[in-house]
Design a protein. Sequence first.
Length: 259
Amino acid sequence: MIFYKTREEIERIRISSLLVGKTLAEVAKSIKPGVSTLDLDKVAEEFIKDHGAVPGFLGYGGFPNSLCTSVNEAVVHGIPNNKPLVNGDIVSIDCGVLLDEFYGDSAYTFEVGEVSKEVKKLLDVTKECLNLAIEQSCSGNRIGDIGYAVQNHAESNGYGVVRELVGHGLGRSLHEKPEVPNYGRRGRGHKMKPGLVLAIEPMINLGTKNVVQLSDGWTIVTKDKKPSAHFEHDVAIMQGKAEVLSSFEEIEKVLNNKS
Ligand code: MG
Ligand code: MG
């Protein structure tokens, strides 16, 4: 069952999504070599609670923390731990909040210190994939148009597109229908209509598309151990252009101040 949202519900999802962006910006201030992902998780949990919201991932399906922190070859669903980040790492920080009955869900992959040119390009292309996906997200288009846009751009840069994990509908539940794969064929899949809210989240690997799950039961890593990048926005399907409900603006303000 697909839930289409009213204007009022979309505005509530926007507020949740923007709180996720502000949380990621707060976390961004602390990201540097020597800091652990568990330290970052504490920052996020406190910030979310201070803003009257509930960490959306904490306890979700038994997940132990408020953030998914996925370092280097980890794609998604990494569990925060005590290991210090080191110069040259990348870390995907995925965050969800529940506020006023609606979820927000957004992710950003951060550089720790100075990363290689090769990895910087992976981050740029993954973000471009997300933007191309958002361009395809409009009433009358199909879910396959989104997947095609991501896959085509990633693969034409020589990267692997993860198949096992996908974007999703978003609302009163963190994961709603439909699934939003990052691969696909134009003109195929569910036809989008106004009121549909999607979390679009390309997961792009520097190497092959293949992934495996670690024995912790959560962390997904690339099979070839090469780095993977992940960015996620929440969008509302409208007549014409999608409305992006989440924002990287606060995050990028922090990053620009750092550099
Ligand atoms: Mg997410
Ligand atoms: Mg998501």
